[in-house]
Design a protein around this ligand. Structure first.
Ligand code: ADP
Length: 325
């Protein structure tokens, strides 16, 4: 297998979704459609996305010793993700209970289960895989202490650390601050950016990345949904906006995961500048919106290349500029 090696330390969930004519009020029972079951969890989704994009992908995670756990592990292996680091814990597999209303509005309840049992000791057995990787990709659905330990190991070995600080907890503790500071690249969406910075005041969206730079990472990317993304410029120059790619979007679920995976893969080669990596990530995020669900439309590297060729200049350009509206 060729391509850069990306290691993901993160979550694995079983997503259980039901579509309903209206979201239930507390105490109300609403009959819904057929139960939809699918692999989820930001860690697993990003690991699958990395592999789809053509890089080597290894996941360090925990599932329960139960039917969901065995099934999800097998699905990940089937998708080409290295699962030697996906062990079992003595609690149930992480599960997300999703209720989807008629307009796509939803409520999601997550039982972290085995994800919460991914303690730093897991790295004792898998540090070899981590320190020889080209990039480490992290999210916040497993204990911050484990992410921090992984980030430190990676950094000490010169491995690029990409942190998708999602979902952002209500309180930003000292350990999370340390983790953010230990990242080379920080990726957040607009809501998470505001959560980190505090009351937004009059700070324009296009200045969020450099405002977040004070948390430590030298490279910061803020995703803006259908408006694309904005990232810190090279050598402290102003923030740069990358417009979204025009696609027939049907479902934004999975866009953020595809974006983070593509960014990590592009930066993992050690030569692609941040602007070009963000353009690839925007293309991957856009393509992921063209199918329903988190993994249905994860693009291949060739599909990203094709979209870049169709819409927007030479590959390797250091980010198209524009104005977020
Ligand atoms: P999250 O789901 O984490 O909040 P976003 O919604 O910001 O992430 O989406 C991640 C990226 O996916 C965006 O930066 C953008 O490049 C791309 N994207 C999302 N929605 C669309 C869309 N409707 N059209 C084109 N690109 C999109």
């Amino acid at each position: 297998m060729t391509g850069p090696q990306v290691v993901v330390v993160g979550s694995v969930n079983m997503d259980l979704a039901v579509r309903v004519p209206h979201l239930p009020r507390p105490g109300e029972t609403v009959p819904g459609g057929e139960l939809e079951q699918g692999g989820g969890g930001k860690g697993a989704n990003q690991a699958v996305a990395v592999r789809r994009l053509g890089a080597r992908s290894a996941l360090i995670a925990r599932v329960g010793d139960d039917e969901f756990g065995h099934r999800l592990r097998a699905e990940l292996a089937e998708a080409g993700v290295e699962v030697a680091g996906v062990g079992t814990a003595g609690v149930a597999t992480g599960t997300a209970l999703i209720v989807i209303g008629p307009d796509g509005d939803n409520t999601i309840t997550v039982s972290p289960g085995a994800n919460a049992a991914l303690d730093p000791a897991v790295l004792d057995d898998h540090s070899g895989r981590l320190v020889t990787a080209d990039a480490l990709l992290l999210q916040l659905e497993v204990p911050v202490a484990t992410c921090l330990a992984a980030a430190r190991l990676a950094r000490a070995a010169g491995v690029l650390v990409v942190l998708n600080a999602a979902p952002l907890p209500a309180t930003i503790g000292a350990e999370l601050r340390e983790l953010i500071a230990a990242a080379d690249v920080l990726v957040v969406n607009e809501v998470e950016a505001a959560g980190l910075i505090g009351p937004p005041g009059d700070l324009p969206v296009l200045e969020l990345p450099s405002a977040l730079g004070r948390f430590g990472p030298s490279e910061v990317v803020v995703t803006l949904g259908s408006r694309g993304a904005v990232h810190t410029g090279p050598d402290g120059s102003g923030d740069v906006h990358v417009p979204a790619f025009a696609v027939a979007a049907v479902d934004a679920v999975g866009a953020g995961d595809a974006f983070c995976a593509a960014l990590a893969v592009a930066r993992a080669d050690g030569t692609t500048p941040l602007g070009a990596a963000v353009r690839r990530a925007c293309a991957a995020g856009a393509l992921a919106t063209t199918g329903r669900g988190a993994r249905a439309a994860l693009p291949t590297g060739a599909e990203v290349d094709a979209l870049l060729a169709r819409q927007g200049g030479a590959e390797g350009a250091d980010g198209a500029t524009g104005t977020a509206s």
